[in-house]
Design a protein around this ligand. Structure first.
Ligand SMILES: [Zn+2]
Length: 144
């Protein structure tokens, strides 16, 4: 496949923008936490993803990939990993239950889901939302 140079993808953030250029690997990922999304990922030699672009279908991702890498059409291969291997990887490497919504962070005290507005503080063994922090602060600040 030939890199067309048409890719304009910037990753990082305001302090550290980087441009994703020609890379040796492409993947299409259907994330567990967003089953309607298909991410076209640009990968280095070890298949680490440098950046992704979101699509609504595998076909759309493949069509766009062809725009960036002409000749990639027909070179796509199915994942070598079975569903059970993926689940085992989640259990051992991420220590999560593949049947749970493990990507959702919940407050260990009230069970509220983390959202952009609420905010949450997490340690390795517990999480707490700002609402509970305020409640606890009120409780311990009580004067009798
Ligand atoms: Zn809470």
């Amino acid at each position: 496949m030939t890199y067309t140079g048409k890719l304009s993808l910037h990753v990082g953030g305001p302090d550290n923008w980087q441009t994703v250029g020609e890379l040796p690997g492409l993947v299409i990922v259907n994330p567990y936490n967003n089953p309607d999304d298909f991410l076209l990922g640009f990968c280095d030699e070890s298949w680490a993803i440098s950046g992704v672009i979101q699509f609504d279908s595998v076909e759309a991702a493949k069509a766009r990939a062809e725009h960036y890498y002409s000749g990639v059409e027909g070179k796509w291969r199915p994942t070598p990993y079975s569903e059970e291997q993926t689940r085992e990887y989640l259990r051992t490497e991420y220590e999560v239950d593949p049947d749970s919504e493990w990507w959702i962070v919940r407050c260990s005290f009230c069970g509220k889901e983390d959202t952009d507005t609420a905010g949450i503080i997490a340690s390795e063994s517990a999480t707490i939302c700002y609402g509970c922090i305020e409640d606890f602060h009120k409780e311990i600040s009580k004067t009798e």
